[in-house]
Design a binder for this molecule. Structure first.
Ligand code: URA
Length: 448
């Protein structure tokens, strides 16, 4: 293959044939194309784009660059959710056991965080003994037996994406819709799914900051997922404010367990309180489950599906399933429960208090994410070591009424100096106004 002529063709805006794309992905994965040439191709794609047929070919070629999970025939549909990431986004943790209890199989292959965005695997690493790296055989066996697994990609799954993503990161070609679409969907398609729901976030702490850009990405992914035979839907959700009341690895595991334990009791309490309070996490978990129930024809309408998912959560079964998943993945349940019983596990906790009474009108997810990363809870580089115990909780959310000196959030830190520095920075994350801010929906749009 003359790869140089393909780079030149794409540079001139020509369309590549599916066979050409398959071949260069195969050759690149086998180490037969140098990184500098692939980086040039990625830059050509960044500027010239790929049409639907090219993006499909790229996605499938990337999927087929390694192992694809194979599951035995079973009446339980294979489903998953993917989020483009945000602050406090822990939806996957309660969602996986809930879906398993609703009669799905959930091979949830997740990733790690980079920059301000947290990663599901980092959160799970805060659980004593929990193993996130499992061989494909064990992933399939656990899904068949328990109904769900949350783990990392094996070395043999989608190796082309790993190599290409590293090059994109180093060559300024990450924000390309066809490349993002192929990267995300190649990994999801390697799970052999029947249905997929995509949570595409927009806002100051999201990958796509505007709703219009998030919509473009969502449309591309929905079209491609469906084209590749996976029933795919996307929801566009707000990421100007953190999801839930806690952000930081262990604090998010704790909040996820709360969500599994309180279920809709939480919703009843806070419905009386405010439009968009701590219920947002629960709402999103139930919404994702409801969409998958409708997509797989287990429910006729979203309303009926939400009711079913809510009843299932209230039954307490998903909380038991969570423990089963933990044990299957090597967790020390006794140590986990002991850890859960602590109010905090970081050495220092300080409270940030409101200077005046009023309504919380802003709670800036980006700033909160940056502060948590700088406390040691996130990565500045791929090599950074994470402090699982640091983070922020008891976050007051937009629309909530607070009195003077009420707690706006708590900072969990490794030492007093960093706690106080974080607390000073966080003052700018909150705004308090006399009137309640305009209500805004968590789920702005549904694309199918
Ligand atoms: N997440 C991915 O897995 N790939 C991208 O390209 C962007 C976000």
């Amino acid at each position: 293959m003359n790869f140089l002529s393909l780079i030149e063709a794409k540079r001139e805006g020509k369309t590549l044939a599916p066979g050409q794309i398959q071949e260069f992905i195969r050759e690149f994965t086998a180490g037969k194309i140098p990184d500098y040439q692939m980086a040039a191709m990625l830059m050509a794609i960044y500027f010239r784009g790929l049409d639907t047929a090219e993006t499909t070919a790229l996605t499938l070629a990337m999927r087929d660059s390694g192992d694809v999970l194979k599951f035995p025939g079973d009446k339980r549909p294979l489903v998953d959710k993917h989020s483009t990431g945000g602050i406090g986004d822990k939806v996957s943790l309660p969602l996986a056991p809930l879906l398993a209890c609703l009669g799905f199989r959930v091979p949830m292959i997740s990733g790690r965080g980079l920059g301000i965005t947290g990663g599901t695997l980092d959160k799970l690493d805060s659980i004593p003994g929990f193993q996130t790296l499992l061989p494909a055989k064990k992933i399939v066996a656990q899904v068949q037996k328990i109904g769900c697994v949350i783990c990392g990609q094996t070395d043999r799954m989608v190796p082309a994406d790993k190599k290409i993503y590293a090059l994109r990161d180093a060559s300024g070609t990450v924000p390309s819709i066809p490349l993002i679409t192929a990267s995300i969907l190649s990994k999801k398609l390697a799970e052999s799914l029947d249905a997929l729901v995509l949570d595409v976030k927009f806002g100051c702490a999201a990958f796509m900051q505007t709703k219009a850009d998030a919509r473009k990405l969502a449309q591309a992914m929905v079209a491609l997922g469906n084209e590749c035979g996976v029933n795919t839907r996307a929801i566009l959700t707000d990421m100007n404010t953190p999801l839930g009341r806690a952000a930081g690895n262990w604090l998010e595991v704790k909040e996820s367990v709360d969500c599994l334990e309180t279920g809709r009791a939480d919703l009843r309490v806070s419905q009386a309180a405010q439009q968009r309070g701590p219920t947002d996490l629960l709402e999103l978990v139930l919404d994702c489950a409801a969409h998958l129930l409708v997509q797989t024809r287990k429910s006729k309408s979203l309303a009926a599906a939400r009711q079913l998912a809510g009843d299932c959560l209230d039954s307490g079964e998903p909380r038991k399933k969570w423990d089963k998943m933990l044990v299957a993945q090597g967790a020390d349940l006794k140590a986990f429960n002991q850890k859960l019983a602590h109010d905090h596990t970081a050495p220092v906790v300080v409270e940030l208090k409101a200077k005046k009474s009023g309504y919380v009108s802003r709670c800036d997810a980006r700033l909160i994410g940056e502060v948590i990363r700088d406390l040691g809870g996130g990565r500045l580089t791929k090599e950074s070591v994470i402090d699982f115990d640091v983070g922020i909780d008891r976050i007051a959310k937009p629309g909530e009424r607070v009195g003077k000196f009420a707690v706006l959030c708590r900072v969990h830190a490794g030492n007093r100096r960093s706690a106080e520095s974080a607390s000073r920075r966080l003052k700018a994350a909150f705004a308090i106004s006399v009137k309640p801010p305009a209500a805004f929906p968590l789920v702005a749009e549904i694309l199918r």
